[in-house]
Design a protein around this ligand. Structure first.
Ligand code: NA7
Length: 557
């Protein structure tokens, strides 16, 4: 299903150097900054990416309507004032093409491309106990000997492409949103099916509906949505946010979710009228604030959760009006609470279903059983004939991208097998049994889900860089979590996560969207600021959850 233009290696593909201090997998938000930091530290560092250019998530997710749900001016690198101020956004929540251009600006300004091999997929990595180094192989035939292997592979980059039997029999075009072709698809005048109404499906549906002849949306679980307010940004707004650089840099890394706002209200201290007024005011902001900065109690207290959920449902019902649409598109009391999985922002999404050319089909009790040559077939035998199927069915989040690489650690341990048994990490940064393998956007850290990604990925890559520097300063070659250290982090993670209502909801946040995936809240839910503090303390205390060692034999033996 991959588009050949996205993966075919060009004749001028850079070979990966055969010996490195650090190999970074991925040239998205995390990989670009990690490469920059390690290079600045003087490490011989190189990055690989399957894609033909930088961007990561923002390279692959080029489906119609893909855009930020974080305000652009906070989805930023904050390590360099000039870098921040040198880029100007056109609106509050820009779309994928502009975001991709911004990442090109980052790569160009920091001159990163010279150390990146594009169209190069890391397929295998084996740790060598004797040398304390990794031997890494790519699909282009590179074999690399590297001390550190750093997975900047993204927490949502392993698309669930083969969801239904019979997909290959479909006569038209079938595409997963996370592998949307670079040149786009011609949808004008076509009969299109969209499967899935998560954050992605919603963006696709509201965007393509006016252009297609007929749109059939297959809806399984109704989704809470919030209306986005997306003003254009001109010189005044640019002056405003660029002038706030110091304030943003001081504030954002320490908030609960890495956004600029934080929880300010206490439910129990307000009267019902005051609560309503707070909710109305925040809802009108047109951002994720209602989820991430209204009342923290919504994540812990069933009654508060139900009241805030009903507030959102009421807003949705008022827009949909039609009882059939309300029945299949608005969550019901007892389904799950608002904010216990990803809340999408939308622009006229609900009104899209009021169009004559749009049909919503509930597949909750009558599921999709297969894709047939003509289209989508449901259990009761109904076939919806379409020309194009857009699968907005999600990802194997957090663990998926690294688990799809054949990674072997100490004593033959396979990462994919370990995570098939139980999804465990230490701080979401390393895994017991896999020395000198660092990861970002991995399970048991906020960057696995509940975070403004740039905030968390900067913090994690900076921690990794600091750790490597500390190792060098103390003459150590190898770092790995101890078994007890990993137990401690997993225990703390679980205690924190299981106190929230997130643990009870079915979604990619708990891994329940992937059949057979061990259930665990993927994201650390103690807060981005708290996580940062813990990571910093662990580093300052000499890495108590980890063991560092020196390789006895010469490294190049
Ligand atoms: P999500 O949030 O995992 O959404 C996937 C959607 O696909 C969701 O509505 C699913 O319904 C639906 N789905 C998955 N499998 C099926 C089947 N078999 N039949 C019908 N519907 C199905 O993925 P997104 O890409 O939207 O978003 C991922 C993240 O990317 C998002 O949270 C942002 O952070 C960016 P379900 O809810 O499972 O009933």
């Amino acid at each position: 299903m991959l588009d050949a233009h996205q993966t075919a290696a060009s004749a001028d593909r850079k070979a990966v150097p055969a010996r490195l201090d650090a190999l970074v997998i991925g040239a998205g938000v995390a990989g670009l900054y990690q490469l920059h930091q390690l290079r600045e530290m003087g490490l011989k560092t190189h990055a690989c990416d399957t894609a033909s250019d930088v961007g990561g998530t923002w390279y692959w997710n080029r489906y119609p309507g893909a855009k930020f749900d974080s305000e652009a001016y906070i989805y930023q690198y904050l390590f360099d004032e000039q870098l921040y101020k040198g880029w100007t956004w056109s609106e509050r929540f820009p779309g994928q093409p502009e975001i991709e251009r911004w990442l090109h600006y980052i790569a160009d300004t920091l001159d990163l491309r010279r150390d990146i091999s594009f169209s190069t997929k890391v397929v295998k990595a084996v740790f060598n106990d004797a040398t304390g180094r990794w031997t890494v192989e790519t699909d282009q035939g590179d074999v690399i000997d590297t001390q550190f292997l750093i997975g900047c592979t993204g927490m949502l980059s392993a698309p669930l492409e083969d969801r239904f039997p019979g997909q290959s029999s479909f006569r038209g075009e079938i595409v997963h949103t996370g592998r949307y072709p670079k040149g786009g698809l011609s949808l004008d005048g076509k009969r299109v099916a969209v499967i899935g109404t998560g954050a992605t499906g919603i963006q696709v549906i509201q965007t393509i509906a006016p252009d297609v002849a007929h749109l059939t949306v297959f809806v399984r679980t109704p989704q809470y949505v919030l209306p986005m307010k997306n003003p254009k940004y001109g010189p005044d707004e640019a002056r405003w946010y660029k002038g706030r650089f110091d304030e943003l840099k001081a504030n954002i890394p320490h908030t609960f979710t890495g956004f600029e706002y934080d929880f300010e209200n206490t439910w129990a201290e307000l009267t019902p009228e005051q609560r309503r007024s707070v909710l109305e005011e925040i809802h009108a902001d047109g951002s994720l604030k209602l989820w991430l900065a209204s009342f923290a109690e919504m994540f812990f207290d069933e009654d508060v959760s139900e009241e805030i959920s009903e507030f959102v449902r009421e807003k949705m019902r008022a827009r949909l009006k039609d009882p059939y649409l309300i029945d299949i598109l608005v969550p019901k009391t007892g389904d799950y609470g608002f904010g216990t999985h990803r809340v999408p922002l939308e622009t006229g999404y609900l009104e899209t279903y009021l169009r004559d050319n749009v049909e919503a089909v509930s597949v909750r009790d009558n599921p999709i059983t297969e894709i047939v040559p003509e289209g989508v077939k449901l259990r009761d035998g109904t076939v919806y004939a379409v020309d194009t199927i857009i699968m907005a069915v999600g990802f194997d989040a957090g663990s998926g991208a690294l688990a799809r690489i054949d990674i072997t650690g100490r004593e033959g341990m396979k990462l994919a097998e370990e995570w098939r048994k139980d999804i465990r990490t230490t701080l979401g940064l390393m895994k017991f049994g896999f020395p000198n393998l660092f990861m970002t956007g991995a399970p048991l850290a906020p960057s696995a889900a509940l975070c403004n990604m740039t905030t968390c990925l900067q913090q994690q890559t900076e921690w990794i860089a600091r750790c490597i520097q500390d190792m060098r300063d103390s003459g150590k070659d190898v770092i790995e979590p101890t078994e007890a250290g990993e137990d401690e982090w997993v225990r703390h993670h679980d205690e924190t996560a299981n106190a929230t209502l997130i643990a009870k909801t079915e979604s990619w946040y708990t891994g329940s969207n992937v059949p057979g995936k061990p259930r665990r809240v993927l994201s650390y839910t103690g807060g981005v600021g708290t996580y940062r503090k813990k990571c910093d303390e662990i580093a300052a205390d000499g890495y108590p959850l980890f063991a560092m060692s020196k390789v006895a034999a010469p490294q190049d033996a």
